[in-house]
Design a binder for this molecule. Structure first.
Ligand SMILES: Nc1ncnc2c1ncn2[C@@H]1O[C@H](COP(=O)(O)OP(=O)(O)O)[C@@H](O)[C@H]1O
Ligand SMILES: [Mg+2]
Length: 367
């Protein structure tokens, strides 16, 4: 739909959110504080976001009638995950503004399209190649070298749909185990650390970034984020510049995250883009308690056509994910001085499932 830039909500208006996970839940909570209502669309009856909104649509993304009714109930539509099926986005887009727009989903749903886009902007990524067969994998490995990371082009998350290829590995076996003909091979980046930038962009082009965050993964799942990342100012500026440029070039409205690798000194370009998430992001959860305005509120403001906040960080912030069984220790966290506990209200803890998080802020005066 053209005219997405004309969205201007008033308190009492309703935002439609596709996806009912913890990100949708935290978006709806941020919207409520600003006097905006949300209606959540999710196929999963146990969606944690359903608990915090009055109206929910529990239906499949292929259910056109449900999508149409949902669109009729809301003033603007956004999403909490990037794998919104394009057919569903089209149905909605014909009826209500969808922000960020549908074309952005096409770029960010596909690791190859995403890397081509970043490369066209003159921003560095790991060397990469399109891979569609074991023969093209061998060719790509010859060019890119070992170790390398083979990833499915679509639907990967938390390290799923990827395999590291090392010297001596059985290439044919790795290819078969990936289970797709649509893949990308990337050079393995010997990074010093991983960082991300959460950027918000308004419909009139205002960009506000949060401070660069350092991210520590365990078993490919984000475990701890720290803001600000302990990196030199020039590197931080470069990272912020990259995120701002990506948001602007995508003509983005809302919050996006750019994950990056920082390379050790003297090993080439210092910052490489790993991936773009066209949504609020786990590495920005610290902003809920550690900044004057959170990533969730910035996203809501942007899609509402409201001015963005100028985020001020309250101190050194650490966010720790509670993954799987770790949630069972929530009572211990509740009594840690200075800790703020978030529990997502999901069902049973499963290994690798993100169940909650804890934020700790050390203020500049050490308190
Ligand atoms: N080319 C690479 N070189 C080194 N490590 C990588 C590379 N690609 C991914 N990784 C590691 O795997 C993690 C997950 O990969 P990523 O591409 O971000 O996929 P997703 O987060 O969608 O699962 C990264 O955060 C990083 O730790
Ligand atoms: Mg990632």
């Amino acid at each position: 739909m053209t005219g997405t830039n004309r969205v201007k909500l008033k308190p009492g208006d309703t935002i439609g959110i596709l996806g009912g996970g913890q990100l949708g839940r935290m978006l709806a909570m941020a919207a409520a504080r600003l006097g905006l209502r949300c209606q959540v669309f999710s196929p999963d009856p146990d969606s944690p976001a359903f608990d915090v909104v009055l109206n929910a649509t529990c239906a499949e993304y292929a259910d056109v009638e449900a999508l149409e009714l949902f669109a009729g109930d809301v003033d603007v539509i956004t999403y909490e995950f990037e794998n919104v099926p394009s057919a569903a986005a089209m149905v909605l887009d014909a009826r209500r503004p969808v922000l960020p727009n549908r074309k952005i989903l096409e770029t960010t749903q596909d690791r190859l399209a995403e890397k081509d886009f970043v490369t066209r902007l003159g921003i560095g990524t790991a060397a990469y190649a399109d891979v569609t067969s074991v023969a093209s994998l061998r060719e790509a490995l010859f060019r890119i070298g070992l170790p390398a990371v083979l990833k499915t082009r679509r639907f990967g998350y938390d390290g799923k749909g990827q395999a590291i290829i090392r010297e001596g590995d059985d290439i044919a076996k790795v290819w078969t185990s990936l289970g797709t003909k649509s893949a990308i091979l990337e050079a393995f980046v010997p990074f010093e650390r991983e960082i991300s930038v959460i950027a918000a962009r308004s419909a009139d082009g205002q960009v506000e970034c949060f401070d660069v965050t350092e991210n520590e993964h365990r078993d490919h799942i984000l475990k701890v984020s720290r803001a600000p990342a302990p990196i030199p100012d020039d590197l931080a500026e470069e990272a912020l510049h990259i995120a701002g440029k990506i948001a602007t070039e995508l003509d983005y409205v809302g919050v996006l995250a750019v994950e990056m690798f920082v390379l050790a000194n003297g090993t080439g370009p210092k910052v490489l883009v790993n991936e773009i998430a066209p949504r609020v992001h786990n590495s920005g959860h610290w902003t809920l308690d550690g900044a004057s305005v959170s990533q969730f509120e910035q996203h809501i403001r942007a899609i509402a056509g409201w001015p963005l906040g100028k985020p001020v960080r309250h101190g050194q912030v650490t966010m720790t994910n509670l993954i799987g069984d770790e949630i069972n220790r929530y009572e211990d966290w509740l009594t840690v001085p200075g800790a703020t506990v978030h529990i997502y209200g999901k069902g049973a803890p499963k290994p690798g499932r993100k169940m909650g998080h804890v934020t700790e802020v050390v203020r500049p005066n050490g308190k």
